[in-house]
Design a protein around this ligand. Structure first.
Ligand SMILES: [Zn+2]
Length: 367
């Protein structure tokens, strides 16, 4: 399973799919589902939905993960051909200068570029320790005039992402672009094959969602249509085992899958997820039964679109489950394949335990 996860993830990491422009990723995932004999459909926003019918009396499950990635769109093309961009999603501005990027004009026609970094020899003492805001940066594609840029297919609104790449690190660790959340997509594809063969299980809607990095609400139309009883989001959990993160928690890269017990984002968003107690119990029991480690995360600052999905219909019993990640939203995010394998096993085991007797009553077994 680990080799398959490795191959699926590596392929997915190299397919560009900025928020709102996920089409190439969706086409790939749809084809992979077809290979498994699983039909899928997409809604008008671009969410890809595959329903695996199961036990009719059991609660229905929406198991989802996002296909999109953060990046930029072209904002202005200077007369000399340099390109200015607007940001899409939570872009780490202090880690942008001298990054390689890809301007996505169409498969086979994409244009590479570099985010300029002022020549070091001309950098003043003050500038050395100052972050240049993204709005002041420019992208150099080598194209020498606005006309050349236009002829290459680049226009205001063209999506720009970190140049897709995969680095194999020691110890089953993978570094590269959009591990957030192609690792989730790889896990969901692996689960698709497994759940299809599982004899007893509830109806599961696998949903590969759009625009998570943009506004955290792309999954909403899918949730409103499906009205699931249970919503499980697969995404990253922040690893806290580097010196800069240690005070934030106890999540280790390679330490196994994790559940989130609390997430919140204040600045303008005012949302988060406090998981349903039955879902916490479900994952704890599944981890015990499978002899899998289960890490726990509680964080302010990082959200998923589960925050909105949980509010659809009568409300869905919700939980965020995930894989530890280091250096989130940078061009070289790091995850561990063993965590992805553990996460796949954990979710398969948890879903298998959801039957007609699985209670979502808040008063059952309440603390
Ligand atoms: Zn994510």
């Amino acid at each position: 399973m680990k080799d398959r996860l490795h191959d699926t993830l590596s392929t997915l990491m190299t397919i560009p799919g900025l928020s709102g422009h996920e089409d190439r990723v969706r086409r790939h995932i749809r084809a992979r589902l077809e290979e498994l004999g699983i039909a899928s459909r997409s809604d008008r926003l671009g969410n890809l939905i595959a329903t695996l019918e199961g036990e009719p009396e059991a609660p229905t499950v929406m198991l989802f993960t996002h296909m999109d990635q953060l990046g930029f769109v072209v904002r202005k093309i200077e007369p000399d051909g340099l390109v200015r961009v607007e940001r899409v999603g939570g872009v780490p501005e202090r880690a942008l200068a001298s990054q390689a990027v890809l301007l996505c004009v169409g498969e086979g026609r994409d244009v590479p570029g570099v985010i300029a970094n002022k020549s070091h020899h001309a950098t003043t003492a003050d500038e050395k320790y100052t972050v240049v805001p993204y709005a002041e940066l420019h992208i150099d594609t080598g194209l020498a005039s606005a006309a050349e840029v236009a002829a290459a297919g680049i226009a205001v609104g063209t999506p720009v992402v970190y140049l897709p790449r995969v680095l194999e690190l020691a110890g089953d660790r993978i570094a590269g672009t959009s591990v957030d959340d192609r690792a989730g997509c790889a896990v969901l594809l692996e689960l698709a094959g497994q759940l299809k063969e599982q004899e007893r299980r509830p109806t599961v809607h696998l949903v590969f969602t759009v625009q998570e990095e943009f506004n955290l609400r792309g999954a909403l139309p899918a949730a409103q249509t499906l009205q699931p009883d249970i919503a499980i989001q697969v995404d990253l959990v922040l690893a806290t085992d580097t010196p800069d993160m240690r005070a934030r928690g106890d999540v280790e890269l390679g330490g196994g899958p994790a559940i989130s017990l609390y997430s919140f984002h204040g600045r303008g968003t005012l949302n988060g997820v406090i998981p349903h107690p039955a879902m916490v119990r479900l994952f704890e029991e599944a981890a015990r039964a499978e002899s899998l480690p289960l890490q726990r995360s509680a964080h302010i600052g990082a959200l998923t679109d589960l925050s909105y999905v949980q509010l659809a219909g009568e409300g869905a019993a919700s939980i965020d489950v995930g894989f530890p990640i280091r250096y989130s939203h940078s061009s070289l995010e790091v995850c561990d394949l063993n965590d992805l394998e553990g996460l796949t096993r954990l979710i398969a085991a948890a879903v298998a335990r959801i039957d007609r007797n699985f209670s979502l009553d808040r008063d059952d077994g309440a603390a």
